[in-house]
Design a protein around this ligand. Structure first.
Ligand code: G6P
Length: 743
């Protein structure tokens, strides 16, 4: 566009110059040259006539027509003079040179000589007609008609015309160049001046707006910035990560190789209910994130079959195509006995590693029998990976703390597999990790992976320091890699996220006002209620108790909120077999009851505790109905609830209160970031969110939405798979180099 503008700026003046030259200058120049030459020829004619006058006089008076004829013929031999004729005083042609056109009568010659161009066209060419008195001192012998050749005039004016055209084109070029430069300079100057004014820099003195225009300029400036922001928010990135982009990355960088995911929790659980078998989605951040990736990549997902009807729906190979309505990938179920589950899942994973990695003041418990079960089940999953692998180098995505030993076990059987181990929970510092009796085995097991991923750089650093403390490994801090027993592993941070709702998805959502109406009706809330929500698994790491304390503090310090502030906590039951979880649940129930008794009445309950699993649509409705969402984890790898709340608020309203101990706080900086351990600070945040003006909510929510949309789960998977692709290419090159060296 810019080049076109430049070209036009250059071409237009040039064209104008040429048109002016063709229409005006050239004909004018022709006329002028002719006049100049006519004038010259007339002067010349007068001289010739003067020179011949005496001789003519003699010839006429002697009556010697032969002498006169010879005189005329001699004179007509002149290079320019074509012919010569003598007219008597009564205008009769009395004598003429040989090539004089006799059809040209004396009177006609006089007439032509009076015209400005004095031009006569003859069959032999154009001539100039001049009439001059042939008078001497002695007598008047008549008038001489001199015909001068005009072809040389034509030749000269053609030459002049050529020079003129060249000159005009040159001039046109110069003018065009000057125009272009001037236009460019003045446009830039104008634009930068305008920008400077709008930015309020006032750098260019003459462009400073007069003081009376200052408010208008400020207003325009603010509007422009708003529009710019709105545009960026609505447009998003041109190169947005989405399923197509992920698929194409798989095909280009991983040559469409098979992708196998391993996790403990399965993406669909088949349960037997009163109306037959239903497929449920579990409450798990891991599943929320990985499921859309699997839909995009196809492949196989290996997980524990934990549903009461899981065995009934699988084929002979323990496989079932999912999602149930339109299968995109295979779910391969692994079975375990209750005792195995007790040791591996409840015991080592959730009583040992979970509290070990979350600094949430619950002591980890490590039992030898749990460790044995953990190893056994990890081996079972490793064998399943080998069974499911179609080739010797699949891409295996190992998920979370249930499978610390799996990378090494897989690598032992499939040394060419690319293994990405993603740790979804925090990684503690070396001292805390040192509590684990099998710390070396866990680290060795993980280092079987090609890449180990965490949500944050902070957790990567903790992991590297832990390896440094407990293993004899070589650490390359610059490349963030660890070499252990001749095997190199990359340690990288990949912040996980959610699938950003597509337009088709959000188009069917009821409007936020309708969601609010339905939720308020269901919970019997007065319309002016300020609704805060919390959505979590019923887990002691989530800071639910801290929220309740903050609500209590708010109602104590701001009694005007009593009757008008309601906190709804959705708590999905989880790991209920474990004492810690049972006692935690009971405690939350007790504290909620106490607060309700103290501040509530028969029409008002400040706390609504909904201990049940909610499906995705129900959660979306709740998020859209709320004034705020409270995420107060005491320690959390990422926390996807915060991102789901943001994704649900396409009305750009609602406030997110977010714990600084959740990985999400590093990305979602426009939330109200809090320390959940500080009761008053959290209570203040509740009050601030409840009274936040709509424009501020819009600003914050708009920015949060932009972040979550851009840093979505396809980007998470895409970055990991791209790193894996690079790694595989490096391995292939190294293998080729080795071959050449051996050859
Ligand atoms: C966390 C873990 C996941 C786990 C989820 C639900 O998000 O990182 O691996 O699936 O909690 O816990 P559950 O024990 O019910 O699978």
């Amino acid at each position: 566009m810019k080049t076109l503008q430049l070209q036009l700026r250059f071409l237009i003046p040039l064209l104008v110059a040429l048109v002016i030259a063709a229409l005006v200058v050239l004909p004018l120049m022709d006329q002028l040259t002719l006049r100049w030459f006519s004038r010259d020829l007339n002067t010349r004619g007068t001289l010739v006539a003067g020179a011949l006058a005496d001789a003519i006089d003699d010839g006429v008076s002697s009556g010697s027509s032969a002498r006169l004829q010879a005189l005329f013929d001699r004179a007509a031999r002149d290079e320019r003079l074509v012919a010569i004729g003598l007219c008597s005083n009564d205008d009769v042609l009395v004598r003429h040179s040989a090539n004089y056109p006799t059809s040209l009568k004396c009177l006609e010659a006089r007439e032509i000589a009076r015209r400005p161009d004095q031009r006569l066209e003859l069959p032999t060419g154009a001539v100039h007609v001049g009439v001059h008195p042939a008078s001497s001192e002695r007598a008047n012998a008549g008038t001489l008609v001199l015909l001068h050749d005009l072809s040389f005039v034509d030749r000269r004016s053609q030459d002049t015309r050529q020079y003129l055209i060249i000159f005009i084109i040159g001039l046109g070029f110069v003018i065009s160049l000057i125009t272009m430069v001037v236009a460019q300079l003045s446009w830039r100057g104008w634009v930068s001046g305008m920008r400077a004014i709008l930015r309020g820099e006032g750098l260019v003195r003459p462009l400073l707006p007069p003081p009376e225009l200052q408010p208008v300029v400020s207003e325009v400036r603010a509007r422009l910035r708003d529009l710019e922001d709105e545009f960026r928010r609505s447009e998003g990135l041109v190169t947005q990560w989405n399923p197509e982009r992920l698929r194409s990355l798989l095909h280009t960088q991983l040559r469409g190789d098979q992708v196998i995911v391993v996790s403990n929790r399965e993406p669909y659980i088949h349960e037997r209910g009163p109306n037959g078998i239903i497929a449920k989605r579990p409450a798990s951040g891991l599943v929320t994130a990985v499921e859309p990736v699997m839909r995009a990549c196809s492949g196989t997902w290996i997980a524990h079959g934990s549903g009461s009807a899981d065995r009934e729906v699988v084929d002979a190979g323990d496989r079932i195509g999912v999602p149930p309505q339109a299968p995109d990938y295979w779910l391969r179920r692994i079975w375990m006995t209750e005792q195995e589950e007790q040791g591996y899942y409840y015991g080592f994973a959730n009583e040992g590693l979970w509290p070990l990695c979350h600094v949430a003041h619950v002591r980890p418990v490590f039992r030898e029998s749990d460790w044995e079960a953990y190893r056994k089940i990890n081996q079972r999953f490793a064998d399943a990976v080998v069974q499911e692998a179609r080739g010797e180098d699949p891409v295996v995505l190992v998920q979370d703390y249930h499978f610390a030993l799996l990378p090494q076990m897989i690598a032992a059987q499939l040394p060419r597999a690319t293994i990405l181990a993603f740790w979804h929970i925090p990684w503690p510092n070396p001292e805390s990790f040192g509590i684990c009796p099998w710390r070396r085995e866990i680290l060795q097991g993980m280092l079987g992976a090609t890449i180990i991923g965490f949500h944050t750089r902070f957790h990567c650093r903790n992991f590297i320091e832990t390896v440094d403390r407990y293993l004899e490994a070589r650490i390359e801090h610059e490349h963030s890699s660890i070499s252990y027993q001749d095997k190199e592993t990359l340690i990288e941070s990949y912040p996980i996220s959610i699938e950003w709702p597509t337009q088709q998805m959000s188009a069917v959502w009821p409007p936020a006002s309708e969601c609010r109406r339905r939720v308020f009706e269901r919970l019997k809330l007065p319309v002016d209620t300020c609704l805060a929500v919390g959505v979590d698994r019923f887990d002691y790491t989530k800071g639910i108790l801290e929220r309740l304390r903050a609500v209590q503090s708010l109602l104590e310090t701001h009694p005007d909120w009593r009757g008008r502030f309601v906190f709804v906590q959705v708590a999905a039951p989880t790991r209920s077999e474990l004492d810690e979880y049972r006692t935690f649940r009971e405690r939350i129930q007790r504290v909620s009851d106490r607060i309700n008794q103290r501040f509530g009445n028969e029409h008002y309950q400040p706390i609504h505790l909904l201990v049940e699993h909610h499906e995705r649509d129900a959660l979306n409705e709740l998020f859209r109905a709320a004034n705020m969402c409270v995420v107060t984890s005491l320690h959390d790898g990422m926390n996807l609830v915060s991102k789901e709340f943001v994704a649900a608020r396409d009305d750009e309203q609602g406030v997110l209160i977010l714990s600084r101990f959740a990985g999400a706080a590093r990305e979602l900086t426009e939330a109200l970031i809090v320390n959940p351990y500080h009761v008053e600070e959290l209570a203040d945040a509740l009050h601030r969110a409840a009274t936040m003006p709509e424009p501020e909510q819009r600003e914050r929510m708009g920015a949060l939405r932009m972040t979550v949309r851009e840093y979505n789960v396809y980007r998470w998977a895409g970055r990991m798979l791209a790193d894996a692709g690079r790694w595989r290419m490096r391995a292939r090159i190294e293998a080729r180099v080795q071959r050449y060296m051996q050859a």
